[in-house]
Write a protein that binds this ligand. Structure first.
Ligand code: SAM
Ligand code: SF4
Length: 452
């Protein structure tokens, strides 16, 4: 009987995509996926260390794996991958004897051979070396999304924002050749996926190492031109690298979704400076004005950190004011978490009380919820092309999808439409999503995907 694997993923899209790569590497070795860890021969925990809470999940998960092993009498090979693996290395093995393999963010391709070395159980194995090689074999990653492919274009980050652990856990910035990226996009389209999402911690800093004429905006145009690709997205761009050429591409290229996730982090210039974000509140707000002027209908979203060291009530009031002005379609917000090795972690005491961080995040989310409701109410009656990507979480007779602006829409439609783009009229909304009715006909449904 084939051996089984189970992958538990924490963190960002980059990590979810790494898990697709892990799944593919293990399947190439003959392993098959298991829906639960209880009957897996290999359990991989793919970790995140961007915030302390995310890091803690590893230790909870390891406890559960040990408990399961006791209950079932099985003894799976336990692999810790991702940012915590990269950051903690040998310390993980000292802390938890149930770990067999530690594999860093840059050595994923070594995973099958590491598992083979650990199989005799004489000693745990570890590879947290930095590797400059960013190649990955074509067609090996197992897509986990029925509608879209994730394609990494840059690994690592050189930006060193003072709060952020990513440059330490994912290493320095390394660009993938445009030829590899386009081959991967072509492969995704040929397998029926019509949306591609390009990934990088600072995705808009891309410059092809194999073609001086291919910057990020040119790459977007080339990806959009791949036969079968109908939508292109990317995450996460940095505000200071949004170029005129990128704005032109967003305006001109129909396959490029009119959505930009632009993490601002704070509305206070004093805090932005200590965060080392390298833009001011005024420059950021000017950029939003330019985007809205030149790309009509563009939807914007952001990330905010509350309670960064030294954040006063006045600083926070400036963040609230920026949110009021920006009118984002969505927002991710986080309480500051001091990270080992970062500039802020070393230099600035984590001095905003937990209760104050909570108060601020609650106020922020309440404000954003009110803005979102106003924006959603204004969308009633509009028709949007929605890429259907799954069954609705709340009602299993509905499917769910996303507008080009990245807003979730629930609609009554057959599950056979998952992976298709259909026109939907917006009829209602909840706090975080829209409801709609499909304008697609059965005849359209029967046409092959790429004919439309
Ligand atoms: N590269 C992206 C950028 O430039 O904004 C962000 C990537 S980071 C993995 C995702 C988000 O996590 C950040 O935008 C930030 O809001 C949040 N984050 C990162 N470090 C954090 C920390 N130490 N405490 C709280 N939130 C943090
Ligand atoms: Fe972290 Fe800043 Fe790099 Fe984003 S740009 S990954 S926040 S260091």
């Amino acid at each position: 009987m084939a051996r089984k694997y189970f992958v538990q993923t924490f963190g960002c899209q980059m990590n979810y995509h790494d898990s697709e790569r892990i799944a593919g590497l293990l399947e190439r070795e003959g392993l098959v996926p298991s829906a639960v860890p209880a009957d897996a021969d290999v359990v991989v925990i793919n970790t995140c260390s961007v915030r302390e809470k995310a890091e803690d999940k590893l230790y909870t998960e390891l406890g559960e794996v040990r408990e399961l092993a006791r209950e079932t009498g099985r003894d799976p090979i336990v692999v810790v991958a991702g940012c915590v693996a990269q950051q903690e290395g040998e310390r993980l093995l000292k802390r938890d004897a149930s770990i067999d393999v530690v594999v860093g963010t840059q050595s994923l391709k070594q995973l099958p051979s590491l598992i083979a070395s650990a199989a005799d159980r004489r000693h745990p194995v570890i590879d947290v070396q930095p590797y400059d090689d960013v190649s990955f074999p074509l067609g090996v990653a197992r897509p986990s999304d029925p509608a879209r492919a994730w394609v990494t274009i840059i690994e690592g980050c050189n930006e060193f924002c003072s709060f952020c652990v990513v440059p330490y856990t994912r290493g320095h910035e390394r660009m993938r050749p445009s030829a590899d990226i386009l081959a991967e996009v072509g492969h995704a389209a040929a397998s029926g996926l019509c949306e591609v999402q390009l990934l990088g911690q600072i995705v808009n800093h891309y410059q092809a190492p194999d073609d001086p004429s291919c910057d990020f905006s040119e790459l977007l145009r080339r990806v959009a031109a791949v036969d079968g690709i109908r939508r292109v997205r990317f995450a996460s761009p940095h505000p200071r690298h949004v170029s005129d050429r990128l704005i032109d591409a967003l305006r001109d290229e129909p396959a490029l979704c009119r959505h930009l996730h632009l993490p601002v982090q704070s509305g206070s210039n004093r805090i932005l400076k200590t965060m080392r974000r390298r833009y001011s509140r005024e420059e950021y707000l000017d950029l939003l004005d330019t985007l809205r002027e030149r790309v009509p209908g563009i939807a914007l979203s952001t990330d905010i950190i509350v309670g960064f060291p030294g954040e006063t009530d006045e600083d926070f009031a400036l963040t609230m004011d920026l949110i009021r002005q920006a009118r984002y379609h969505s927002m991710f917000s986080f309480k500051y978490s001091s990270r080992p090795g970062t500039l802020a972690g070393k230099r600035y005491p984590d001095d905003v009380l937990e209760a104050v961080k909570t108060e601020r995040i609650v106020a922020l989310q309440r404000l954003q919820a009110a803005i979102q409701i106003e924006l959603f109410a204004g969308m009633i009656g509009e028709v949007h092309d929605v890429l259907i990507d799954g069954v609705s979480r709340r009602r299993d007779w509905e499917v769910t999808g996303r507008t080009p602006g990245n807003t979730v829409v629930n609609v009554e439609a057959p599950t056979a439409w998952i992976g298709r783009i259909i026109p939907v009229r917006i009829t209602g909304y909840g706090p975080n999503s829209l409801r709609g009715e499909t304008l697609a006909t059965v005849q359209q449904e029967q046409e092959p995907l790429h004919a439309r």
